[in-house]
Ligand binder design. Structure first.
Ligand code: ZN
Length: 188
């Protein structure tokens, strides 16, 4: 399977989301070694969850399937960091010699250009590539305008659409200190 087949599946998922009334026309697949390992589709209308974008759904499914040994949150397993690590790539300016693999080695195919949340999720997931079909302009034309979000991020905090300001930095510092003190902290 290649680019076109993967994108075709993403578009099928997108169309299904529309036809069933689950959400906007957005579908996604994640691939590794030429195979689909996860699928996602927009289900914002179905769930009422504004983060239920196709890309996020696909990343979550891929993470569940590709990191089956990730620790679950429970009293007994709180401390077992078992995410697989990979060495820092040659020439990387990453300060850590090793980091969690996450979805390194995978690619994301989406029916439409990703919003800032989904693109950010792609960075956190360490995806190798993101391929989209419909562009930013076409997405805006059907009523999904996220260009202002990309623009807002570039403004100083006090000029943004949503109020964001730092308060009581000393409170959060105690959690940061707990992380820095932890000798076996997992380098994700
Ligand atoms: Zn999105």
């Amino acid at each position: 399977m290649g680019h076109k087949e993967f994108l075709t599946e993403a578009v099928r998922l997108a169309t299904e989301a529309v036809e069933r009334g689950w959400g906007g026309p957005f579908g996604a697949v994640i691939t590794r070694d030429g195979e689909i390992v996860a699928r996602g589709q927009n289900r914002v209308l179905l769930t009422g969850d504004p983060t239920a974008h196709a890309e996020v759904e696909a990343i979550r499914e891929a993470a569940r399937r590709l990191t089956p040994h990730a620790p679950t949150i429970s009293a007994e397993h709180r401390d077992e960091g078992t995410l697989a690590c990979v060495p820092r790539p040659e020439g990387s300016d990453d300060p850590l010699p090793r980091r969690a693999r996450m979805l390194k080695g995978c690619a994301l195919y989406v029916s439409g250009a990703p919003c800032p949340m989904c693109m950010s999720a792609a960075y956190w997931a360490r995806l190798d590539a993101v391929y989209f079909s419909c562009g930013f302009e076409a997405t805006r034309e059907i009523g999904f305008d996220d260009a202002f979000q990309y623009e807002d991020f570039q403004k100083p905090l006090d000029e943004r659409r949503i109020r964001i300001e730092q308060i009581h930095p000393e409170l959060g510092a105690t959690a940061y200190a707990a992380w820095s003190r932890k000798p076996d902290r997992h380098p994700y």
